[in-house]
Design a protein around this ligand. Structure first.
Ligand code: 13P
Ligand code: SF4
Length: 319
């Protein structure tokens, strides 16, 4: 409607006036994803989001996603101002991994290399040797195991088990999970697959093991979007946040995308197949943030200094 168009125009004007660039995750609204692309910003998975911004001339990065994405941007770009449409967008993996408890877990296993998922607080990253995202977690852990290292991985247990199965390594795991992906159901997925025999199944590795086992492709959001273009199929069943359909439909407009079944889908399920924190980002709080210069991300400088090294290892990793 025209209110939406008005917000888009205001956001565009403000981004230019404030020397700001927008980077958005694939789970945010289609409006934000389109705006990022139309204004020279970027839509990406969490690894590409971390990479983006460093070489961009804008002095302000606006991160549409969840808090850990804003913190990562700030740690990697301390000289830039980092704003978010909301500072309340958490992540259940981050919430389920308090830094003091995680530090105690690491301290109890000093002979292990600590690898943490990007979906963590700056303080947890500061305790890590490596940060990884779902797009390179398997490769990094395989590299470390081949070097003879023992690995402690957290906080996502499903991703952890998936890495174990693919690499054959045994990891020490933190027992966290994502409220969205944890709800995908294997039995119901099998039933849907039986109804759609030609469909390919795309699964994010934060999903439970029985769901991952049914996948044709397991990968990060960027990798799943790539699979839609690469695979010779008309129909895809997708086990990840439904925000991803915006980009999938754009890159393959003639193909059909179905949500993988998740617990409670429909009536009362708030977080099934759509991250409640990603959904807090919108055009209207983006405009307010830009207008007021509010919702700035600050990371304690000592914590940021310690978290920089494992993040830099992630960005520099090449198999
Ligand atoms: P990606 O790195 O695949 O974009 O995943 C981020 C995330 O939060 C998945 O739930
Ligand atoms: Fe975190 Fe899950 Fe939301 Fe991703 S979808 S940000 S892992 S709660």
């Amino acid at each position: 409607g025209s209110e939406r168009q008005d917000l888009v125009e205001r956001a565009k004007r403000l981004l230019a006036e404030r020397d700001a660039v927008l980077v958005a995750h694939y789970y945010t609204s289609g409006d934000l994803q389109d705006l990022a692309e139309e204004t020279g910003g970027h839509v990406a998975d969490s690894l590409e989001m971390a990479r983006f911004g460093h070489d961009h001339p804008a002095s302000t990065l606006v991160v549409a996603g969840v808090r850990f994405m804003g913190e990562t941007a700030k740690i990697l770009n301390p000289e830039k101002r980092v704003l978010m449409p909301t500072l309340e967008a958490e992540c259940s993996l981050d919430l389920g991994c308090p830094a003091d408890q995680f530090t105690a877990f690491c301290d109890a296993h000093p002979d292990h290399t600590v690898v943490v998922y990007a979906n963590t607080s700056a303080a947890v990253k500061a305790r890590a040797d490596w940060v990884v995202t779902s797009s390179i977690a398997v490769d990094v852990v395989r590299h470390l195991v081949e070097r003879g290292e023992k690995v402690l991985f957290g906080p996502d247990k499903h991703l952890g088990h998936y890495i174990e199965r693919v690499t054959g390594a045994e990891l020490l795991l933190w027992p966290g999970s994502c409220v969205v992906h944890d709800h995908f159901k294997a039995q119901e997925l099998e039933a849907l697959m039986a109804e759609r025999p030609g469909a390919k199944v795309l699964v994010h590795p934060e999903s439970p093991e029985p769901v991952i086992e049914l996948a044709d492709v397991v990968g990060s959001t960027t990798q799943l979007i790539q699979a839609v273009q690469d695979l010779d199929a008309d129909t895809f069943i997708v086990a990840t946040d439904r925000g991803i359909f915006h980009k999938m439909q754009e890159v393959a407009p003639s193909k059909t995308f179905l949500e993988a079944p998740s617990a409670g889908a429909g009536a009362t399920c708030r977080s099934c197949a759509h991250c409640p924190w990603m959904a807090m980002n919108g055009l209207s709080n983006l405009v307010t943030t830009l207008e007021q210069g509010s919702n700035e991300i600050h990371v304690d400088p000592e914590t940021a200094r310690k978290a920089w090294q494992p993040l830099k290892r992630m960005l520099d990793f090449n198999e």
